[in-house]
Design a protein around this ligand. Sequence first.
Ligand SMILES: [Zn+2]
Length: 88
Amino acid sequence: MGKPSRLPAGYVERAVAEMLATRDRMASTAQIPFGHCPGCGAGLADPASFVQEFWVADEARFLVWCRACGFTGTVVKVERFETHETAE
Ligand SMILES: [Zn+2]
């Protein structure tokens, strides 16, 4: 068994209720550095889609679920990207 939660009883339930009661639930997307699905290009402003930032060490990552195409994946912001052009 894991350790018992150190959060006060009902903390998570209250936090979720407050989030759902927020009038503009997408206001926090201002920090998300992309606005479209990497799978199909649909806008992710639709409140039915899902973007959640999380961190692994000091690297920000975004869990994305797109309502339009069903894409589910993790988007990682990179500082620099190098690639080679493929031969056709
Ligand atoms: Zn999509």
